[in-house]
Design a protein around this ligand. Sequence first.
Ligand code: ASP
Length: 728
Amino acid sequence: MKKHHSIITSLQQTMIRIFIFFILFSTVNLSIADEGMYPLSEIHKLNLKAKGLKVSSKDIYNPGNVGIIDAIVNIGGCTGSFISPDGLIITNHHCAFSAVQQISTKENDYITNGFLAKTREEEIPAKGFSVRIVDSYKDVSKEILGAVNDTMDLVARTKAIDKKIKEIIAEIEKQNTGKRAEVSEMFTGKSYMLFIYTFLKDVRAVYIPPRAIGEFGGEFDNWVWPRHTGDFSFIRAYAAPDGSPAEYSPSNVPYHPKKYLKVNPNGVNENDPVFILGYPGRTYRHRSSYYLNFEEKIRMPYVADLFEWEIMTMENTGKSDRAIAIKLDGKIKGLANTMKNYRGKLQGMNRLHLVDNKREEEKALQSFIEANPKRKQLYGTVLEELGRIYDELSSRANYELTLDYLLQSSGMLNFGYTVYEAARELKKPDIERIGSYMDRNFTRTKESLQMSEDNYYEPIDKIFLREMIMQASRLPQDMRIPAIDSIIRGGDVENAVNQFLEGAYKSSKLNDKTFLMDALTKSPEEIDRMNDPFIEFAKALYPSYQQLRETRQRREGALSKLSALYVDVKEQFQKKDFIPDANSTLRLTFGKIEGYSPADALYSSPITTVKGIIEKTRSEEPYNTPQKLIDLYKAKNFGRYMHKKLKDVPVALLYNLDTTGGNSGSPLLNANGEIVGVNFDRAYGATINDYAWSEDYSRSIAVDIRYVLWVTEKFAGAEHLLKEMGVN
Ligand code: ASP
């Protein structure tokens, strides 16, 4: 009797857990009605009219015909959109920043003063930039998964998928000269899409506002609402005179896109429906609690602390000399953006108990799995196996993170490593090489090295490398890195490291661009004879990195199998089809202009105005508003851009759309598909979006088109651009 009683109890408990989970989930479902970054393949299923939009899904994307998506571009990890028939693109200031950084000097400081090309002839090449426009997509999951089987060794599995992807890309690019193909994993280990892109390589800077506008509020205001940042820039895509993609040439002409967006100078209002098309980078909503726990406890705190120290070190060094500050600016910005994002995520994870909630979810999932023998057989050990992978990863994290950031922290080591690895990779058949050394990518790899050379500053490089070697020297016995041990062999560790660094920086020539580019053409034997200390250091480290690569391939092989099963069974449990996590492919998201309550007793309304800029203004960066802008405000010289009710020019907008990094620069579109803003950020509480979206806290931020146009017309005097956009 007793036994019977306890069986019923545990069964009942399971049922109750499942029931509670369903209740919880269905309420969550109601409130997250607008979650979703819909890929192209899903757009036709959406009823956009019901969401208040006047455009239909066919207006947005209609295979074989022109749609709004033809105006959307990917620019090196950001998004942009065509807004004129002559290839004019609007994106964020922070996305075009490196274009203005490249041409800035102490004497000609475009970062501070802004850059404006008054004629097309004055538009300057933005080195390293390229523009991609999606032409078509195709599901290639069967082909990719046909290359693997269940009995395969895990490293072999990863390699087989990688090889198949490369083969498909090679074939498509052969058939479509000048196009770029990419295969994107939609659901890990489960589905893959082939995308074909038009790829434009001649991109030029047109108008980039002064930093005091484009980055107003700097890092203090980054990831924060209310916001007053004019985070926009104009660039232009060029093509050969026949319209085909071409490398930069003075004889190139502006590119004529199939579609460009209409700019609506009247903007939008609170509660208006809006949508965004863009290239969101990465979200992790379909990952397990084990992954989230690893991020929260280990990886993010490590990276945030390291970056914080690096930023502080660079800022102190740049204080004394503007020329040095210009070199370091881009890196500081990038690190600071990531650091604050991670701090925001960590705060949100703690506040929302994300890991615990996910664990509860998984407990209920496990009960669901075990309630059916067939399911148990298929999925019974999935969660346990996932857990084991992250246990192993956690126990090795110190070692792996040190190796990762050793290479990332030092330009010189990175140059040496690339030279050493290139010599080995370039000997292999193209298809077998690591991606960055394949013919289709090698030019870009060299370009990005040249850009790092431009911003190379030895004292900082040395400090960072020293710190990472010291970190490595403290690793426990079972995680030693032989190359580090041979530097510090015997004696005083600090002394040995200092000595090594002094000698290496003195005699290496890798900080010379010509030398570096030449070194990239050498064979492994020639490289050996060069005797460069950083190439030698890279050579000594190479086996450790090779081993790490293999460890990761094995892990990836296991995760690929398990993640597919995990998502499968979760879909069964929740009785719905999931939208794939963001993966840098084109997505649609929709919602409305809306305020929110970021914390108890606080409410944030969704439109800021120039008044707020004036209130924040001080004499120093990052709140040093240009006098001309202040004068325009004082004179109430708002032109047609004044918001009738607010009696001011709107600066930034807040809305409940589902975005992430990579959506930077995406057009914010009104119900008719006209551009009314440029997305550039999220509120602090929404950094957690990448793990879990919620109507309560997920808010993204755009610069209002009225502010963009006001600055462009009244502040910069670039009326020719307004005319080109059809706003006059
Ligand atoms: N400001 C962000 C970025 O640069 C955009 C976002 O993540 O929402 O990554």
